[in-house]
Design a protein around this ligand. Structure first.
Ligand code: NAP
Ligand code: MG
Length: 496
């Protein structure tokens, strides 16, 4: 049995039917389902359970029981946790091609991007498998007549809520460190992209993860996410998504002082200085806003260009946008897929259509896919706008689509001030051959991630997270472990 509807692409037979609660594949208590679409064609491809409060309560109870009853966490040796995470990594690699295809059918991204995502998912499980056996405490010196032991313990039951732009990768980014530390989990994928989260649960089951440790509830934010925020049996919420929902989560979780990690949006500056390696800067800056259809929290959407190279960069951005080929992500020659949903397409088009009246100059828009097959898909052609400052909405607000805004600058002071002129602080890119200028600027930009002569790499071994209203806490690398650990002092009196 699978979630796929009749006539759906064959690979979808690999997606289990039902959601995963306490080691079982179950329907919603009221039997309701919702549809998931292929954004390239607008066609329904699968039906999944529509979880509501009662279903979430079952999943939370299972995770609580698995944690308290000793099926995971400190009752299972770190070695055993590592072994299962390694096995999950192996299974992701074995199933790479089918996971790539399922991810593309669900969210639309091109093959190269989806392959990158799934490879990183495999690595993520491998990387945190390594950490499981290396989470150690400390023995601070407190004198000769006492021993103070600082130990790290899993925070408990974690509600993990993820968005649709990197569905399996965003899920793995939370699930892998949570399992490595010994937490148990209820994962809620985005309503638009539930399929690879279900595949992850199937992989975990096959890898030998005990029942109840990783539960997946499919559904809508208010119905399947919200109940986790108020359930006293949930110790921690880790959320990736929009600023508006992030604020709501922080506020709601404050009532129980639940631990919260938030990875939110951005309006990231991409600064091209006059001495930048220009060809690289143009290609990299274009990839930084057009990659993954611009549906990237760290997209370099504000492109600041020094006057001395402004015309060349603008021309280069137009050429890059013009070379992009829209189509089905499954087609090897496609370089940009559809946006995830009709709603997201309409949202982005409202920004594009409204920009000229708002003070932005429309410089260029790319070509839409030609084939009739895609007439009902959610495509948006890449576009380039010139803006005089931050007054047009497209220069200030997160669009989450392939819309580049180019701004001119003359002075370093000026560009640093403009770069920081945003409520966000997720990422920034700086292009220059001058090492002092690069590092000085990197230090002055208020953002959690700064790239020099590159844009968008996010190696799992390093760090991710935002300053200001781009988030709370950090993910990736060893930093993610802190999000799933409590720290305890055990004091032993040796003096009698
Ligand atoms: P969203 O609307 O905030 O949704 C994200 C997730 O939260 C979805 O699973 C959603 O469920 C759920 N949700 C919605 N309302 C909820 C509630 N009241 N309680 C609990 N859960 C709730 O964001 P999105 O539009 O899907 O994703 C785009 C945003 O994510 C962008 O702003 C982007 O910048 C951000 N993002 C950030 C990062 C990062 O690392 N910083 C990475 C990727 C994306 P439904 O799907 O049912 O609505
Ligand atoms: Mg979908």
């Amino acid at each position: 049995m699978s979630s796929a509807v009749e006539g759906a692409p064959a690979v979808l037979a690999r997606v289990p039917s039902g959601m995963h609660i306490n080691g079982e594949w179950v329907a919603a208590l009221d039997g309701e389902e919702f549809e998931t679409l292929d954004p390239a064609t607008g066609r329904v491809i699968a039906r999944v359970p529509r979880a509501r409060a009662g279903d979430v309560a079952r999943a939370v109870a299972a995770a609580r029981e698995a944690f308290d009853g000793g099926r995971w966490g400190e009752s299972v040796s770190a070695r055993d946790r590592a072994r299962i995470l390694h096995r999950m990594s192996d299974l992701v690699r074995e199933r790479r091609d089918e996971l790539v295809e399922i991810e593309i059918l669900d969210c639309g991204k091109p093959l190269a991007d989806a392959r990158g995502d799934i490879d990183e998912v495999a690595f993520m499980f491998e990387y945190y498998a390594g950490w499981a056996t290396k989470i150690a405490g400390d023995i601070p010196p407190v004198g000769t007549d006492a021993l103070s032991l600082v130990v790290r313990e899993p925070v408990g039951v974690c509600g993990l809520i993820v968005p649709w732009n990197y569905p399996m990768l965003m899920a793995a980014q939370k699930v892998a460190p949570a399992l490595a530390t010994g937490c148990t989990v209820v994962l809620k994928p985005a309503e638009q992209t539930p399929l690879t989260a279900l595949c992850m649960a199937a992989i975990a089951e096959e890898a030998g993860l005990p029942a109840g440790v990783l539960n997946v509830v499919t559904g809508f934010g208010v119905e399947a996410g919200e109940p986790m925020l108020t359930d006293e049996r949930v110790d921690k919420i880790s959320f990736t998504g929009s600023l508006a929902v992030g604020r709501h989560i922080q506020r709601t979780c404050a009532d129980q002082l639940k631990r919260v990690t938030l990875e939110l949006g951005g309006k990231s500056p991409n600064i091209i200085f006059g001495d930048a390696p220009l060809d690289d800067a143009i290609v990299g800056s274009a990839a930084g806003i057009f990659g993954n259809q611009g549906e990237v929290c760290s997209a370099g959407s504000r492109i600041f260009v020094h006057s001395s190279v402004y015309d060349r960069v603008l021309e280069g951005m137009v050429a890059e946008a013009g070379a992009i080929r829209l189509g089905s992500g499954l087609d090897e020659s496609t370089t940009m897929g559809p946006l995830v949903s009709a709603r997201q397409r309409d949202r982005v088009m409202a920004y594009v259509d409204g920009a000229p009246a708002d003070g932005a100059r429309h410089v260029f828009s790319g070509a839409m896919p030609e084939s009739d097959e895609f007439a009902d898909g959610f495509f948006v052609a890449p576009s380039v706008f010139e803006v005089p400052d931050h007054s047009p909405a497209i220069a200030r607000e997160e669009i989450f689509g392939p819309v580049a805004t180019v701004l001119r600058f003359d002075e370093v002071e000026e560009v640093v001030r403009l770069a920081n002129q945003t409520e966000y602080g997720l990422a920034a890119a700086i292009w220059t051959r001058d090492i002092n200028l690069a590092l000085n600027t990197a230090r002055r930009v208020r953002a959690g991630v700064v790239w020099i002569n590159d844009s968008q790499p996010a190696p799992s071994e390093s760090l991710w997270g935002g300053y200001k209203q781009s988030g709370v806490g950090r993910e990736l690398g060893p930093y993610a472990l802190d999000a799933y650990l409590e720290t305890k002092q055990i004091y032993v009196n040796l003096g009698g």
